[in-house]
Write a protein that binds this ligand. Sequence first.
Ligand code: NAD
Ligand code: UD1
Length: 348
Amino acid sequence: MNILVAGGAGYIGSHTIVELLNSGHNVICVDNLSNSSKVAIDRVEEITNKKVLFYKTDLSDKNSLNDIFENNRIDACIMFAGLKAVGESTKKPLLYYMNNLTSFMNLVEVMISHNCYNIIFSSSATVYGLLAKSPISEDSYVGDLGKITNPYGKTKLIIEQMLFDIAKVNDKLKIVILRYFNPVGAHKSGLLGEDPRGIPNNLMPYIAKVAVGKMEKLHIYGNDYNTKDGTGVRDYIHVVDLAMGHVAALKIFETNKKSEDSGNGNVFVYNLGTGVGYSVLDVVNTYEKVNNIKINYVIDGRRDGDVDTLYCNPKKAREELNFKPQLGLDDMCRDSYNFQKNNPNGYN
Ligand code: NAD
Ligand code: UD1
């Protein structure tokens, strides 16, 4: 298929493009590089020895998007583009609503006007809200904006609801919503990985910075949770497995399968996680063990908005997409360090 990957220069997008190219698809990447570097795309080409057609374009620019669709036959879109920092979204809510919602609406409108009806959307476990009980199945979704504490998470829920509404009135559309749990790790080549700007918000990139001496120590947010060692438990999934989940999801577009997730059967929703929960200390200990290094840490107070335990029930993606993650916590920690060591200053 010819696939337009919006936000493809980013962390998950770049890894997904590698797997798409390796599976024989052609890729057109659209990214404004607001949170990424073109170097990632050059490296995708180096890894795969294949070409990516790259457009440095902002999805707010509908005319340019129209031109891209005029000039290319596009069979499906994967929508990764968006701003994703939870903390920043509470400080700049308008920026997040504007960027994430406008980008999504423009893409869908232009797609449909060019008779392209297949889209995969990057959603998040955040749509389940803080009170969801693990293991979380897709049907525990309640769609309640009031249960989401930050504008970033709200943009995910709003877009999901828009997709359900749009699908109701357009039978040709096929929509796959993928709810990621905690993507971590990097490509085993050491060429692609996560390159957050500034101080990382998430656990694994923070540990990586401590590992190479860019940060002094990890702050563990709370050791008084109701978990085996008191630290928060999450469902970490290797980014290469996550990328393979997108390749698996594309098969939906080639079948006549109907979904039970929406009234008229054209919206498919899947959790992408491993179904296994690891604590913060599990991650730190594994990082130390597989990389033979020391990670300095201190225990701090809890972070606002955190819950004790969050992991998915991965059964639906396994049964319907034949998707089973292959890589474990050892691989996640090894590959994260390998990228950080080889790229101490990220892509630049
Ligand atoms: P990322 O920031 O690395 O990638 C997003 C890409 O979108 C970046 O390259 C950025 O430059 C681009 N972009 C942003 N706004 C744009 C616009 N207006 N026009 C064109 N390009 C634009 O993030 P990621 O970690 O690769 O995440 C990809 C998607 O998955 C995001 O939608 C994110 O919300 C979602 N997600 C990520 C995680 C995670 O932990 N990384 C978890 C759940 C969901
Ligand atoms: C966070 C976001 C979530 C978002 C996801 C992916 C919050 C409250 N949640 O999820 O909305 O979808 O990232 O971007 O921000 N931890 C530390 N020290 C750190 C960082 C994290 O101890 O420096 C702990 C956290 O308390 C948590 C675990 O590590 O228990 C994982 O945290 P993180 O990687 O930020 O992911 P989530 O909180 O699951």
